[in-house]
Write a protein that binds this ligand. Structure first.
Ligand code: ADP
Ligand code: ASP
Ligand code: MG
Length: 421
């Protein structure tokens, strides 16, 4: 008997019939003698629907109230799943984040989990129940409901698995694993049977929404065995087949993975670029610009500062597109009057495309093949950033899909490692 955490995403919970299928799958695991905790997402489209209702009232709603609204999507699907299990003869009980409790900080709309109390869950599991923990939500130190950022149910699941020291966390979704890139954009993308933790972390942080980045961080920090697999197969598929399907995140680099120089391509359209032109190049200028941005809890991604010419420099950075307006307002109000940039130039139609692979550590020429491929397609690179295992570029977002497809081909990701020259 093992303790297993299952997570089901929006598509998997997308209709009453799909919820019945989730219940069948969970019942199968329970009948095999496992203790099962299930973390469901809201039904597909529900979180967007709820958030857009608030934005119909005002373009910038109070984040605390947004969390109040958004958290209801997961609460409804948790209750529905409990009922579906009960109708199939399985004893089940659902809990909201505050009932568990799942404790978080107070960063509304992007809160971080700080602790999970496993006592109540364990008591129910020991009584033979399936326990459903509402994904995406928690409670802050003052008792306010919080949510964990888009895609946050992944993080709820892995954090619950860590807190309960679960044997495995199974992320059931609408694809059958982690692919070399999003299979919706590149149909030739290949599923990886294993992916290293470090590569998964980069892929998630660079925009592959198959797993939320914080879920991957939790998996790494607490060494939670985590597998991404399909919820759209026959729910009664034999357990032995199911437990080896999908993609497992591994914490060891085996020989096969070291051979792959580039393992995957990630991309994100949620980017916006901001440039301050002709900023006086004096010590402390980066802090004067980005200090207020950080203080407003806005994440800055890429930063480029040019060589100074005649005592001034151009300073560019990117932020998430949904924080673009807020960043511009803040710069105009708190930064430009003191920093005295000549001009503020902005572009919220940019995308980031990244190649990721642990093999990049020991191979040269990888970034240059990336640049050559983009140049052949006539795609202009606006910004570049590199780390040991990734190279990212910012480009015009209308070329994003073309860039991803041509890079996928150039790095031969459509071929299995043995087919490659
Ligand atoms: P869920 O609702 O189950 O959480 P998401 O929509 O958040 O599902 O994540 C699954 C989706 O992630 C897939 O349908 C796929 O389009 C997308 N995706 C992006 N990059 C990848 C990748 N490298 N491998 C697999 N899926 C990916
Ligand atoms: N329902 C939330 C979202 O759409 C959380 C999740 O699905 O993981 O972002
Ligand atoms: Mg998701």
């Amino acid at each position: 008997m093992s303790l297993i955490v299952h997570k089901y995403g929006g598509t998997s919970m997308g209709s009453v019939e799909r919820i019945r299928n989730v219940a069948r799958r969970v019942a199968k695991w329970h009948a095999a003698g496992h203790q099962v905790v299930v973390v469901p997402s809201a039904m597909a489209g529900e979180t967007n629907r709820l958030l857009s209702l608030a934005r119909e009232i005002t373009p910038q709603p109070d984040p605390r109230e947004l969390d109040m609204i958004a958290a209801t999507g997961e609460q409804a699907s948790s209750g529905l799943l409990a009922i579906a299990l009960q109708t199939q003869g399985v004893s089940a009980r659902s809990y909201t984040g505050w009932q568990v409790p799942v404790r978080t900080d107070s960063s509304f709309t992007k809160a971080r989990i700080t602790a999970i109390d496993g006592d109540r869950i364990r008591a129910d599991l020991d009584a033979g129940r399936v326990v459903i923990v509402t994904g995406f939500q928690g409670i802050d130190p003052d008792g306010h409901i919080t949510t964990l950022g888009r895609g946050g149910s992944d993080t709820s699941a892995v954090a619950v698995a860590a807190a309960l020291e679960a044997h495995e966390c199974l992320i059931f979704t609408d694809v059958d694993g982690v692919y070399t890139t999003d299979p919706r954009v590149v149909p030739e993308a290949r599923r990886m049977s294993v992916v290293s933790f470090e590569e998964m972390l980069e892929m998630a942080s660079l925009g592959s929404k198959v797993l939320q980045i914080r879920a991957v961080e939790f998996a790494g920090k607490y060494r939670v065995p985590t597998r991404v697999l399909s919820s759209l197969t026959d729910p009664l598929i034999p357990l032995e087949e199911e437990i080896t399907s999908g993609t497992l995140i591994t914490f060891e680099e085996d020989e096969k993975m070291e051979a792959a120089v580039v393992s995957g391509i990630a991309f994100s359209r949620d980017e916006a670029k901001i440039t301050l032109l002709a900023v006086p190049d004096t010590p402390g200028v980066a802090y004067s610009i980005l200090g207020p941005v950080a203080a407003a809890n806005i994440d800055v991604d890429m930063i480029v500062q040019n060589q100074s010419v005649a005592g001034t420099t151009d300073f560019s950075f990117t932020v998430n597109r949904n924080e673009f307006q807020r960043t511009i307002e803040l710069l105009k109000r708190d930064v430009i009057p003191t920093v005295k940039a000549r001009e503020l130039v902005t572009d919220d139609k940019v995308a980031k495309v990244s190649i990721v692979g642990i093999g990049m550590r020991s191979h040269v020429g990888v970034a240059s093949l990336m640049f050559q491929t983009l140049s052949k397609e006539g795609i202009n690179i606006q910004m570049i950033s590199t780390s040991e295992i990734k190279t990212s570029v910012v480009i015009d977002d209308k070329y994003m899909e073309l860039a991803v497809r041509s890079l996928h081909k150039a790095f031969e990701l459509d071929q299995s490692p043995t087919e490659k020259a």
